[in-house]
Design a protein around this ligand. Structure first.
Ligand code: HEC
Length: 170
């Protein structure tokens, strides 16, 4: 036997052995895969969902105008504080809203403290005076605007101002 022939024999055996070994590793890897992951049916929706959940991003960015897809955390709204707008007193309302006309008799308004101008008006009764002051009215001397033009005043505040004016004008 020539040394060439001997070389080829050994070479074939080594290559054949390596090929067999590679085949063995391939089969072993498939077998291991079956053993460790065979219980999962990868097409099953539950499996797909579990994978999606595992690889889902931790957070998401929403740009202005985009709607949040995740359920927004429920935040308990803080109790609204009671508004502390204190009602104005009669004299305060008078100075702010009535003085402009009733201080100097502008447009026929009866002047505060003018007992003669007020006597007949007071005789109508406080209810009528309040009504005229709150809702406004057109008299013989001029026009009395509703709440003196201050719609933000409450009826009580205007009534307090009327009581003050009446008390000052008797
Ligand atoms: C723009 C001017 C003007 C303002 C402001 C004004 N008044 Fe008068 N008020 C009048 C005039 C004018 C009369 C008289 C109308 C008439 O009898 O001819 C009048 C009359 C009244 C009378 C008598 C009503 C009656 O029946 O005789 C009362 C009460 C009164 N005003 C209350 C108030 C109060 C309260 C305020 C402020 C919240 C106020 N007025 C603000 C012009 C005004």
């Amino acid at each position: 036997m020539s040394s060439d022939q001997k070389f080829f024999d050994i070479y074939s055996i080594v290559v054949g052995g390596l090929a067999l070994f590679a085949l063995f590793i391939l089969v072993l890897a498939m077998r291991m895969g079956d053993i460790t992951q065979g219980e999962f049916n990868k097409a099953a929706p539950e499996y797909q969902a579990a994978v999606r959940e595992r690889i889902a991003p931790v957070g998401q960015v929403y740009l202005p105008g985009e709607e949040a897809q995740a359920a927004a955390p429920v935040v308990e709204a803080a109790a609204e504080p009671e508004p502390v707008a204190a009602a104005l007193t009669g004299p305060q309302v008078y100075n702010q809203a009535c003085l402009a006309c009733h201080g100097a008799g502008i447009g026929g308004a009866p002047i505060l403290g003018d007992a003669d101008a007020w006597a007949a008006r007071i005789a109508q009764g406080i209810d009528t005076l309040n009504e005229h002051a709150i809702y406004g009215y057109q008299g013989e001397l001029g026009y009395m605007p509703a709440k003196g033009g201050r719609a933000d005043l409450s009826d009580e505040e205007v009534a307090d101002a009327v009581a003050y004016m009446v008390a000052e004008s008797q």
